[in-house]
Design a protein around this ligand. Structure first.
Ligand SMILES: *Cc1c(COP(=O)(O)O)cnc(C)c1O
Length: 413
């Protein structure tokens, strides 16, 4: 009891209980320490592994042209930006990257951020105010959800990829301005948002459609311009896009691309833009080199598409039931946390690095192996993973069908 007579709880004790809960439910996360990396081959915790867990979909993160662009730029402009963009940290290298992205994607303007997480916080917070409605897919990335929380708008989440349900919810919450925000490609499921339907809904409701292209940029659409471009949507239907630089583009950072009125407002008011140091200019130069390669080298997308096809065919032949995804994210639903961890460990023992994704990254009861493919893989490496996965098929099926574990949403045969 404290002096006011109320029971005070202890942070330390709460943390301990929380740690015990994590152990009990197989939710403890470990970081592997990488000491070497060469394309898809890594040395992780001292063990040689083939990497099927990264977001380096085009195999660009170690490309010699990007690495040397970074080195040369660091010689010229140093390791750090020196200040935030608004003070004196906005360099010509940042501006060149912004112009290149706007031009590539066919938008009037772009704004560079330190990361996609920050950019989503900034965009959603700057566009929304209390009393507005932020309509989001249930499986959207955490940063979009957190942006809505920061803005104090009314956050309404619709069932995954269900544009009809989104429409019903939009009509039921007709007060205030409407922001409709969705991942283009969903990070843990690999499926694509129903963008034409969402664009029609945004038009009908005078809402703003915001698409997060983190897993789609470089991968989908003509020249890898992303999921909105793949759906034939441009700046009228999607006034604001998020492009991240740390996945297929092989670098680090993120860029909001959009209509002038949207970008200018975010730049003027967004706290996650204003109150943080600008990305090192050399990192912007590296990203620009990555954009050029991603844009030009269609062979990387073709190679990736062939791997996706090969993996799905091979999985079907081996009785592995994947989620219905046509993108490099190919999840194998397991259901149970402990089984997902065990499967990941067994794959590691056979030389494959595959992430066991558990709650809260995915809904409870829908733990999965999140297998990601890259243009850096070889055909025989994809086949090798399939052979390593095959013995797990039976254990997963038994667990899913026998122990009363619900089939997660969207499971396809
Ligand atoms: C990775 C990711 C982000 C965050 O981007 P970072 O640059 O890694 O901070 C945002 N949205 C989605 C959908 C993502 O997958």
């Amino acid at each position: 009891m404290n002096t006011a007579g109320r029971a005070r709880s202890s942070i330390r004790q709460r943390l301990q209980e929380s740690a015990e809960q994590r152990i009990e439910h197989d939710l403890v996360r470990h970081r592997r320490e990488l000491t070497q990396r060469r394309d898809a081959r890594v040395l992780a915790d001292g063990q040689r592994l083939l990497n099927f867990a990264s977001n380096d979909y085009l195999g660009l993160s170690q490309h010699p042209a990007i690495v040397s662009a970074l080195q040369v730029a660091a010689q010229n402009c140093g390791a750090g930006a020196g200040a935030s963009h608004m003070v004196c940290g906005h360099h010509a290298e940042h501006a060149a990257l912004e112009r290149a992205l706007a031009e590539w994607l066919g938008y009037p303007r772009a704004l560079l951020f330190g990361s996609g997480y920050l950019a989503n916080l900034a965009a959603v917070q700057a566009l929304m105010q209390p009393g507005d409605v932020c309509l989001q897919d249930k499986l959207n990335h955490a940063s979009l959800i957190d942006g809505a929380r920061l803005s104090q708008a009314h956050l309404v989440r619709y069932p995954h990829a269900d544009a009809d349900a989104a429409g019903r919810q939009a009509r039921a919450h007709a007060e205030g301005a409407l922001l409709l925000a969705t991942d283009g490609v969903f990070s843990m499921d690999g499926d694509v948002a129903p963008l034409p339907e969402l664009a029609a809904l945004a038009r009908e409701q005078e809402g703003l459609l915001y698409v997060d292209e983190a897993h789609a940029i470089g991968v989908l659409g003509p020249q890898g311009r992303g999921s909105a471009a793949a759906a034939g949507l441009g700046p009228i239907d999607v006034p604001l896009l998020l492009v991240t630089l740390g996945k297929a583009l092989g670098g680090y950072g993120a860029v909001l691309v959009g209509q002038d009125w949207a970008i200018e407002h975010v730049m003027q008011v967004a706290r996650p833009y204003i109150y943080t140091t600008a990305l090192p200019p050399a990192v912007a130069v590296a990203a620009l080199a990555g954009v050029k390669l991603a844009r030009q080298e269609d062979w990387r997308r073709m190679r990736l598409a062939a791997h996706i096809e090969r993996f799905r065919e091979g999985a079907r032949a081996r009785g592995l039931r994947l989620l219905d995804s046509r993108t490099p994210i190919q999840p194998l639903p397991v259901g149970d946390n402990a089984l997902a961890v065990r499967a990941s460990q067994e794959l590691q023992a056979r030389g494959f690095l595959v992430a066991a994704v558990r709650p809260p990254s995915v809904p409870a009861g829908s733990a999965r192996l999140r297998i990601t493919l890259s243009a850096a893989h070889e055909d025989r490496e994809v086949d090798g993973l399939l052979d390593a996965l095959a013995p797990l098929a039976e254990a997963i099926a038994r667990r899913r069908d026998g122990d009363g574990i619900a089939e997660p949403d969207g499971v396809a045969c």
